[in-house]
Design a protein around this ligand. Structure first.
Ligand SMILES: Cc1ncc(C[n+]2csc(CCOP(=O)(O)OP(=O)(O)O)c2C)c(N)n1
Length: 758
C-alpha cells in the first residue's frame, strides 16, 4: 500500500517559488481592538501580567544585588536569565491561546510560565481556583475576585519557590527556574538545552491531535535555538506530507537579537529574518510571519491567527517575534562587549509595557493613577512571593530519589482504549508456530506490537522504514497491513526528532513506540533521550508520565564495522530516568516488550539483530514478563555466567563447552539492565562463589563493570575469585573478519574466562 505519490522522472525547466513570508502585517492598536470587541477586562489583564513578569524579574536583580531589604543577606543561587523587554511576547501569546493548550518554554521562560498560569487562572472556574489554592479552606467560593487574587498570589509563590529550590515550588525544587513546568496548566516544561523542546512540542501537538482534541502546542524558542539541528528535524517532522491534517504546532521564535552574545543578523546566520526558513518545510512556507514582538497586541493577533490555523488542521505555523532583552544573557554578563548603549536606548524607547500603558491612557481604559496601582499591586505580590519562597520548605535530603519513576502501568485499562474492529485494515493473525510452538524473535516483536496496538489505540509505532517496508530487520513486518499509516508510519531520517516527538506525545497521553534502527545512531539522539526523555519526570517534580518505548538494535559480526556494530547499552544505562531492557529469546522479547509498552516510564528496548533470527517457543496466549526480573537460563554449581542480549546464546554455548570439561556453569540472563535484578544474580553467586560477565561492548566503562561492582557489594565474602569480564576490546568494532571475530566474545573466549576464575 504505497502512498499515492508521483516520483516519475520529470525535468521541466522553471523556477521554484516560495509562498511569501509576511512581515509586520498587524495594523491595529488598542482602540481598534476595543472597537472590534476586545474585552476591557482582558485589555487590562495584558498590562497586569506584563507587570507581573517585569516585577518578578526586577526582584531577581534586587536579590542578586542584595537590594531587597528584608533579604539583604540572602544569597540567591539560581539561574538568572531574564526576559525584561520581552514581556509582550509572553503575554500576547498566552492571551491568544486557550487555557488547555500546551506550551514548551526556555531557560529564559519566567515570563512564559507566569503568563501561561495567569491566563489559565483568569479563565478558571471558582472550583478550579479553590482546588488550586492550598489554603482553600480559608477562602469563600462565592467570592471569585478574592479567589483569583489568592490564586494569582499562589501562582507567583510557587514560581518563585521553584527558583529558590523549595518543596512548594512547581517542580518541588527539582527543576529550578530553567526547568519549570505545570502540566495542569498545559505548561510542558522550560528547557535549558537550547532548542531542546522543538521535538517535544511537535510530539505534544501530534499527540493532542491523535487523541481527537483540538488542543495546540506553542513551542517558544530563542533565535539561537533556531540554528540547532533539532529545529530542522522537528519542523520537518511537523510538516510531513503523510499527515492528513497539519500538525497543530506553532514555532514561536522569540528573536531578542542575540543567542548568548552571538548576533542572529550579520553574524551567526546568513539571513535577515529567521521566518524565511518556513519556506524550506512546506508549500505554504509554514504560514511564516514576522511580528513586532514589542507590541503585545501584534503578538496576540499573530498567535490567534496561527492557533486558528492549527485547529483547522492547517498547521504547523512559524512566527518570528522581534524583541529585545534588556539585561545580559545572565546577570554575570554586562553586555558591554557586544552591543551599544544607543541600540539599547532605541529598544527601551519602544518598551512593551510603556507603549501599551500609553494606549490604555489614550483609550481612557486606565488613568495614570490606576496604572500606578497595577504596578504597585504586581510589585507587592512579587515581594510576598519572595518572602514566601524564602520561608518555604527545603526538600528533605531523604527524598532525593523520589519521583524518578512512575509506579503505574496501563495494565488495568480494560477495553477503554481497545482499537475498534472498524479501524483495522485486515484481520490480525497470530504468527504461525512450527510444530514445537516456536517462532523467531522478530516475529515475537511484531506480535507484541500488534497485540498492544489492538489493546490500546494510544499505542503508535514510528521510525525509519518501519511501515510498509516492515523495518530494516523485518521486526515490524505485517503491522502496517493491519493498522495502516495512522498507527504506524515512517519518519524522515531524524534520530533526534523520533524520540523527542515520542516524549511530547507521551506527555499528553499517547503511548508511542519509536524505533532507532541501530543503537549506534542513538548518539545522534542523545540530547532528546538523555536530557529530555529521561529527565522530564524527575526534573519537573515527579509529575510527568512518559510512557514511551524506544526500540533499537545492536548488530555486529557482519563486517559493518565501527558505526553499525556497537553495543552502546551503557550510554543509556548511565542516565537516571530510563529503564533499559535487552532480551535474548523470542519469549522474553515478546513478554518484555508488552510490559515496556504498558509501563508509564520511558524504556529503551534493545533488540539484537542476531537474536531476531533465533527461534524459540512463544505461547499464543496472553502473557507479560515483569520488568526487572532476571532469569536463570541454565543451572550450575561452579561458576555464575551473566550474559544478556545476543551474548546469552554465546554464554549458553560456552556453558556446554565447559560441561564437556567437567565444569558446571549457571547462566543468568538479567534481561532488564535498569532496574537490575541484583538479587537473582547474587543468589547464584552465593551458590557458585564465582562470577563471569559477558558482554559485546568494550570493557572500559561498560555495563558489566556495573554488574561486577554491584555483586562485589553484596557477595564479596562469597567470592572465591575476583569477578571477571569477557568483553570486546577497547577499540571501535573492526571490519576485517579475523579482527571482528576476535573482538566479539566467542564461546571459546568465554570458556577461557570461566577457567580463569576456577
Ligand atoms: C545546547 C545548548 N548549547 C548552549 C547552551 C548555553 N546557552 C544557554 S542560553 C544560550 C543562548 C540561547 O540563545 P537563544 O536561543 O536566542 O535564547 P535567548 O537566550 O536569547 O533567550 C546559550 C548559548 C545551552 N544551554 N544549550
Amino acid at each position: 500500500m504505497p502512498l499515492d505519490i508521483n516520483v516519475m522522472p520529470e525535468f521541466i525547466p522553471g523556477e521554484i517559488t516560495f509562498a511569501p513570508v509576511i512581515k509586520f502585517a498587524y495594523e491595529g492598536n488598542l482602540a481598534s481592538e476595543l472597537e472590534a470587541g476586545l474585552d476591557r477586562v482582558l485589555a487590562i489583564k495584558l498590562l497586569e501580567h506584563m507587570l507581573h513578569i517585569r516585577c518578578f524579574e526586577e526582584m531577581i536583580v534586587r536579590l542578586r544585588k542584595g537590594d531587597f531589604e528584608p533579604l539583604k543577606q540572602y544569597k540567591f543561587t539560581g539561574a538568572s536569565h531574564l526576559s525584561m523587554g520581552q514581556e509582550g511576547v509572553a503575554v500576547g501569546c498566552m492571551s491568544a491561546i486557550r487555557p488547555d493548550d500546551y506550551i514548551t518554554s526556555t531557560h529564559r521562560g519566567h515570563g512564559h510560565s507566569i503568563a501561561k498560569g495567569a491566563f489559565w487562572l483568569d479563565a478558571a472556574s471558582p472550583e478550579q481556583l479553590a482546588e488550586f489554592i492550598s489554603e482553600a479552606a480559608e477562602v469563600d467560593i462565592s467570592d471569585r475576585p478574592g479567589l483569583l487574587d489568592c490564586a494569582m498570589q499562589e501562582h507567583l509563590n510557587r514560581t518563585m519557590a521553584e527558583l529558590f529550590g523549595k518543596e512548594e515550588g512547581y517542580c518541588r525544587g527539582r527543576g529550578g527556574g530553567m526547568h519549570i513546568a505545570d502540566f495542569n496548566m498545559g505548561h510542558l516544561g522550560a528547557n535549558a538545552i537550547v532548542g531542546g523542546s522543538y521535538a517535544i512540542a511537535t510530539g505534544a501537538a501530534m499527540g493532542a491531535q491523535m487523541l481527537g482534541t483540538d488542543r495546540i502546542c506553542v513551542c517558544l524558542v530563542g533565535d539561537g535555538a533556531a540554528n540547532n539541528g533539532i529545529a530542522h528535524e522537528a519542523m520537518n517532522f511537523a510538516s510531513m506530507a503523510q499527515f492528513e491534517r497539519g500538525c497543530p504546532v506553532i514555532y514561536l521564535i522569540e528573536n531578542n537579537q542575540y543567542g548568548m552574545t552571538g548576533q542572529q543578523v550579520g553574524e551567526v546566520t546568513g539571513i535577515d529574518r529567521l521566518a524565511r526558513r518556513g519556506a524550506g518545510y512546506d508549500h505554504d512556507s509554514m504560514h511564516a510571519e514576522v511580528v513586532n514582538g514589542m507590541d503585545v497586541l501584534a503578538v496576540r493577533d499573530a498567535v490567534s491567527g496561527a492557533a486558528q490555523r492549527c485547529r483547522n488542521g492547517d498547521g504547523p505555523v512559524l512566527l518570528e517575534c522581534l524583541t529585545y532583552r534588556y539585561m545580559g544573557h545572565s546577570l554575570s554578563d554586562n553586555r558591554e562587549t557586544y552591543r551599544s548603549k544607543q541600540e539599547e536606548a532605541a529598544w527601551h524607547a519602544i518598551d512593551p509595557i510603556t507603549t501599551y500603558s500609553q494606549q490604555l491612557l489614550e483609550t481612557g481604559l486606565l488613568s495614570p493613577d490606576a496604572i500606578e496601582r497595577h504596578r504597585k499591586l504586581a510589585q507587592e505580590r512579587i515581594e510576598r512571593a519572595t518572602l514566601f519562597a524564602y520561608n518555604a520548605t527545603d526538600p528533605n535530603p531523604a527524598t532525593i530519589c523520589e519521583g524518578l519513576f512512575a509506579d503505574t502501568t496501563s495494565d488495568d485499562i480494560g477495553d477503554e482504549w481497545r482499537t475498534p474492529e472498524s479501524e483495522l485494515l485486515s484481520k490480525p493473525e497470530k504468527v504461525r508456530r512450527d510444530n514445537q510452538g516456536r517462532i523467531l524473535t522478530r516475529h515475537a516483536v511484531a506480535e507484541a506490537l500488534v497485540e498492544e496496538m489492538l489493546r490500546d489505540r494510544r499505542v503508535i509505532v514510528y521510525g525509519e522504514d518501519v511501515a510498509d517496508y516492515g523495518g530494516a530487520f523485518a521486526a515490524t513486518k505485517g503491522v502496517f497491513e493491519i493498522f495502516g499509516r495512522k498507527r504506524i508510519f515512517n519518519t524522515a531520517i531524524s534520530e533526534a526528532a523520533i524520540p523527542g516527538t515520542g516524549c511530547g506525545a507521551a506527555m499528553v497521553g499517547m503511548r508511542p513506540v519509536v524505533e532507532i534502527m541501530y543503537i549506534d545512531f542513538i548518539l545522534m539522539a542523545m540530547d532528546q533521550v538523555g536530557n529530555q526523555v529521561a529527565k522530564h519526570r524527575y526534573m519537573f517534580g515527579g509529575k510527568a508520565k512518559i510512557p514511551l518505548v524506544i526500540r533499537t538494535t545492536i548488530g555486529g559480526g557482519r563486517g559493518y564495522a565501527g558505526q553499525h556494530s556497537q553495543s552502546l547499552e551503557a550510554v543509556v544505562t548511565m542516565i537516571p530516568g530510563l529503564k533499559v531492557i535487552a532480551p535474548a529469546t523470542p519469549y522474553d522479547a515478546k513478554g518484555l516488550l508488552k510490559s515496556a509498552i504498558r509501563d508509564d516510564n520511558p524504556v529503551v528496548f534493545i533488540e539484537h539483530q542476531h537474536s531476531y533470527t533465533q527461534r524459540g517457543e512463544v505461547p499464543e496466549d496472553e502473557y507479560t514478563i515483569p520488568i526487572g526480573l532476571a532469569t536463570v537460563a541454565r543451572e550450575g554449581e561452579d561458576v555464575t555466567l551473566v550474559a544478556y542480549s545476543y551474548m546469552y546464546y554465546r554464554a549458553m554455548e560456552a556453558a556446554e563447552l565447559a560441561a564437556a570439561q567437567g565444569l558446571s556453569v549457571e547462566v543468568v540472563d538479567p534481561r532488564t539492565l535498569i532496574p537490575l535484578d541484583v538479587d537473582t544474580i547474587a543468589a547464584s553467586v552465593k551458590k557458585t562463589g564465582r562470577l563471569v560477565i559477558v558482554q559485546q561492548a568494550p570493557e572500559t566503562g561498560c555495563f558489566a563493570e556495573h554488574i561486577a561492582f554491584k555483586l562485589q557489594e553484596c557477595c564479596f565474602g562469597d567470592l572465591k575469585a575476583p569477578a571477571r569480564i569477557v568483553a570486546a576490546f577497547d577499540v571501535p568494532p573492526p571490519m576485517a573478519p579475523p579482527l571482528e571475530q576476535l573482538n566479539m566474545p566467542t564461546p571459546e573466549r568465554i570458556l577461557d574466562g570461566i577457567k580463569a576464575v576456577m
